[in-house]
Design a protein around this ligand. Structure first.
Ligand code: XLS
Ligand code: NI
Ligand code: NI
Length: 450
């Protein structure tokens, strides 16, 4: 740290101590050096956690009905640059104390926006120098950078898909700058979300939808072209979210985003991928594991914003992950892939407005890291035992292993298909879908009896 001051003086480095007294601030399940059963990787390698600047050290926990409640002493500063630097220090202190290796930020989370673009860039350079120093001093790394294209009033009517070419140019040049910074800080990826890229009053977009979607593609291709030009070797990762702040965002879920990217010629680009978020899947009415599966099916899963929504609340509540069961199918997939080799699990998660103890942020992150760790271990058990594969591969999908399956998949004529239909139908014997049995199997692994 550059200054000696501690922003979380009441908390030390968090140990892994499964036997610690209840209520101790420790990891009970996350042990970065523990090798996960059935793999050659450690928990630390399989779960490349990250903290995010905006929720971690910038969000005072205000809501639409009330102001912030969270004590954030680092925000008390004589000038905005000092405030930005203190935010950086608090962020790095969190990473160091929690043993989290990565962070993510939007341009104006840490650097104050200036009165001109030039001044904003100057502020960004100052903060980037400081971040580079902190990275060098601590060994911490940048997961991804991105641009805040939703706070400033100029973005209220969209950016890439917006109503104004001046805004388009302004937003794109901010991306160019932030991409350079991300490269300088050796960030792994660059995120494009798009909270203001979406439908407003339907009457105002009906004639323009095809036009703005073309702009969406042009914007993304410019970002990718520039990434190629400067030799950024990370991915440009798009983050689907159905709604909030817009009524409907164009990138509403994985399938819609894949379609838009394909239409724009972006899906075909090697440096384009996806960043998925649990809460966003829920807003689209979809299971997170389904979204992960869909992104994997297109070979575009790069990174994950690890958080959790609440089905009783209709918006993006960004809770720290705490439900193990939701993550078991996700970890079954990630174990197949050897984790997220080019991405991270960034905690795009925030404290509840009710939570005001400076230790609460530690409880949130520790809880989330343990939740992902438990899910990883349960999924590893399920995999190594092989019963799920027996049910799904050896029973449910078994018929695709027969010669008819092979013949269909290698291409059959209409006549051959019709002959097969005559031969095998109309009554066809099928295996059980085994839904209940699979539910029991998951519970057995989560809570082994005896
Ligand atoms: C908001 C998004 C946002 C992105 C980064 O809902 O999750 O935080 O991750 O702009
Ligand atoms: Ni996110
Ligand atoms: Ni979110």
């Amino acid at each position: 740290m550059t200054s000696q001051k501690q922003w979380f003086p009441g908390v030390g480095n968090i140990p892994h101590d499964p036997k610690a007294k209840r209520g101790s601030l420790v990891f009970r399940h996350f042990n970065p050096t523990e090798v996960v059963a059935g793999t050659s990787k450690t928990l630390g390698e399989l779960l490349p956690f990250g903290v995010v600047a905006w929720h971690g050290v910038c969000n005072p926990s205000a809501d639409m009905f009330g102001r912030g409640t969270r004590p954030m002493p680092w925000d008390e500063a004589p000038d905005p640059i000092t405030k930005g630097k203190q935010r950086c220090e608090a962020l790095f202190e969190l990473m160091v104390k929690l043993g989290v290796d990565y962070y993510s930020w939007h341009n104006y989370d840490l650097a104050p926006e200036g009165a001109t673009l030039k001044e904003s860039h100057k502020n960004l350079d100052t903060i980037t120098d400081f971040l580079a120093e902190l990275q060098a001093a601590t060994g911490k790394k940048l997961a991804w950078g991105t641009c805040d294209h939703f706070s400033h009033p100029r973005y209220r009517l969209g950016v890439a898909t917006g109503v104004c070419p001046k805004v388009y140019a302004y937003g794109l040049s901010e991306v160019f700058k932030m991409l350079e910074i991300t490269m300088r800080l050796q960030g792994k990826n660059f995120v494009l979300w798009g909270g203001r890229e979406g439908m407003r009053q339907i009457m105002s977009i009906i004639k323009r939808l095809a036009f703005v979607l073309e702009n969406y593609g042009r914007f993304g291709n410019s970002v990718c072209d520039y990434a190629d030009e400067i030799g950024f070797d990370g991915k440009i990762i798009y983050e689907p979210k159905k709604r909030e702040p817009s009524k409907v965002q164009y990138q509403s879920d994985v399938a819609a985003t894949l379609f838009l990217l394909q239409q724009a010629g972006l899906l075909q680009r090697e440096n384009v991928g996806l960043n998925l978020e649990e809460n966003h899947a829920g807003l689209a009415g979809l299971d997170f594991a389904y979204e992960v599966a869909m992104a994997r099916a297109a070979d575009k899963l790069i990174s994950i914003d690890a958080n959790e929504g609440d089905p009783l609340i209709g918006w993006d509540v960004d809770e720290f992950s705490h439900t193990v069961k939701k993550l078991i199918p996700v970890m079954l997939m990630l174990l197949e892939d050897g984790g997220l080799p080019n991405g991270n699990l960034a905690f795009d998660a925030k404290l509840r407005r009710e939570s005001t103890d400076p230790k609460d942020i530690f409880w949130g992150i520790i809880g989330a890291m343990d939740t992902w760790s438990i899910a990883t271990k349960v999924a590893a058990q399920i995999r190594s035992e092989g019963v799920l594969d027996d049910i799904v591969e050896e029973s449910i999908y078994a018929e695709w292993g027969t010669s008819l399956g092979d013949r269909i998949r290698s291409g059959m004529t209409k006549d051959a298909i019709t002959n097969a239909a005559h031969r095998y139908g109309p009554t066809i014997e099928l295996p059980s879908g085994s839904e209940e049995r699979i539910n029991v199997l998951i519970n057995e692994h989560m809570f082994p009896a005896g």
